[in-house]
Design a protein around this ligand. Sequence first.
Ligand SMILES: [Cu+2]
Length: 94
Amino acid sequence: MWNTNGKSLKWLNQSLNIHIEERLCIMQLTLEVNGMTCEHCEKSVKNALGELEGVHGVEVDLDSGKVDVTYDEAYVSKTLMKDAIEAQGYEPVG
Ligand SMILES: [Cu+2]
């Protein structure tokens, strides 16, 4: 149960600090992907990347073909992301 006494707040504050430190290895990159034409493509790419361990967020812009990925570089690499996109039938070019 949550308490608002001093002890609980201190504990909460400590755990928040730990959480922030953990997030320091979070990185962001943009991939350019050929072949995405509709919302189905967008979903396929989003799901494929989202299934990779260490991927925290995926944003797809269909018009520009750009895919922004927020990830933890300790778990996943750009190469793995490109492989996952290729496996869905799309062509990562950058
Ligand atoms: Cu499509």
